[in-house]
Design a protein around this ligand. Structure first.
Ligand code: KG4
Ligand code: ZN
Length: 392
């Protein structure tokens, strides 16, 4: 089946079209069109994501991105006669006037595309941002009479390991090919992003139990905040990663010692707020940071943050007798985290291709397909955005 996927949970506006085949035992995704527009530059001056700016940017950019993706997927066919707009369109897009204007200009000129379902992220994320994608999906569903598959953003990060067989592995023998038949269930998912730090037991596709999570800040959020303290631009994760790698390459040992919160607790939870505060005090005590200090701090912070991840992941695998770990979320772009996960003895680690670590719509389409195979499709008028949506 062909799925049109929409993702607007944070500061990336993303649309994709996927051909999904193979069923639940051997899902296969062929990407026909895929665009991600990052607003990171626009949010940089606020040092983080500013929800109302994200909402406005999504509203402005969704239709131009959809147009390009439909062209790339060769699904944009001129309408023989103008495609009518449903009477309630203005009502559906009441809070997204820019989107309404763009759709009014675009839709009448193209024929209904050959698409079977629309997958859209309905949570978790920033609610004003999520609503733009949800209302866009509702509008397209009403115009073209195509069903909607509401999709959890975190399930998207989990299934992102299935998207491309052409892996970007770090060359460890414990990293296995991500052919879905090689994933042994129950499996563990480690989710590390700007909004989440979670360990999830995957009973099988579509059935999830959160077994541990952060009690305060998310890991990516902590990276972003510490980067800001060091005057590094947003998003801070890649900046800290770069400086930490430079410190290691130069043999710059760190004399800074940061805590590893909760590594000794018996649960599978995390805490990043204390680590962030310890970094803040160390930075304050040091005075104006030199380049060497920034590198040492980056190295120590990265080591501390990832020690917690590795300890709890290993603990969860041992306690639940699982072999396979699927990792998802923006922080898995880190080469250091990829390397350290590959060293967990006996584990089969499944990593997303580097092109699918950050937010994108392909992963939402893939999760939408899994959802379609395991649940019923919800009617579009009941669809709501939920900023705190939980995996289950
Ligand atoms: O999944 P994602 O794109 O968006 C959310 O759903 O949150 O994750 C973004 C997060 C940001 O906090 C960013 O700083 C972090 O991923 N990140 C990294 C790296 N690359 C991105 N964190 C540490 N090291 C990296 N190399
Ligand atoms: Zn994400």
């Amino acid at each position: 089946m062909k799925i049109l996927a929409i993702e607007t949970s944070c500061d990336e506006t993303a649309v994709a079209v996927l051909e999904c085949t193979g069923g639940i035992d051997a899902p296969r995704f062929d990407v026909l069109g895929n665009l991600v527009l990052s607003q990171a530059d626009k949010h940089a001056e606020f040092g983080g994501v500013y929800p109302n700016l994200a909402k406005r940017e999504h509203s402005e950019n969704l239709v131009p991105i959809l147009t390009q993706v439909l062209k790339d997927a060769q699904l944009e066919v001129p309408a023989g006669s103008p495609t009518p707009l449903p009477d309630n369109l203005a009502e559906v897009l009441e809070r997204e006037p820019e989107l309404f204007t763009h759709l009014q200009e675009y839709i009448p000129h193209i024929a209904k595309p050959n698409i079977d379902a629309i997958a859209v992220t309905n949570g978790p994320g920033l609610e004003p941002a999520l609503w733009v994608g949800v209302n866009f999906a509702r509008a397209l569903s009403a115009i073209w009479d195509i069903p909607i598959i509401p999709t959890n953003h975190m399930e998207g990060h989990i299934v992102s390991v299935l998207i491309d067989q052409d892996r970007n592995n770090v060359g460890s023998p414990t990293l296995v090919d991500d052919n879905p038949s090689t994933i042994q269930f129950p499996a563990l998912a480690l989710l590390v992003s700007g909004g989440h730090t979670q360990l999830v037991k995957i009973n099988t596709w579509g059935s999830y139990e959160i077994i541990g999570e952060t009690r305060d800040d998310a890991i990516g959020e902590a990276f972003d905040k510490v980067a800001r303290m060091l005057d590094l631009p947003y998003p801070g994760g890649p900046q800290i990663g770069r400086l930490a790698a430079e410190a290691r390459a130069a043999g710059l040992e760190s004399d800074i010692k940061l805590p590893r919160p909760m590594v000794d607790t018996d649960d599978f939870d995390f805490s990043y707020s204390g680590l962030k505060t310890a970094a803040l005090y160390a930075i304050r005590d040091n005075g104006t940071p030199t380049d060497d200090f920034k590198k040492k701090m980056s190295r120590e912070f990265e080591d501390a943050a990832f020690d917690c991840v590795i300890v709890k992941t290993t603990k969860a695998l041992d306690a639940l007798g699982m072999r396979d770990v699927i990792v998802g979320g923006g922080v898995i772009a880190s080469a250091e985290l990829r390397r350290r996960l590959a060293e967990i003895s006996g584990a089969h680690v499944h990593l997303p291709d580097m092109g699918f670590t950050g937010d994108n719509a392909v992963m939402i389409g893939a999760a939408g397909y899994i959802n379609h195979l395991t649940n019923t499709i919800a009617p579009s008028d009941a669809l709501r955005a939920d900023g705190n949506l939980r995996l289950k």
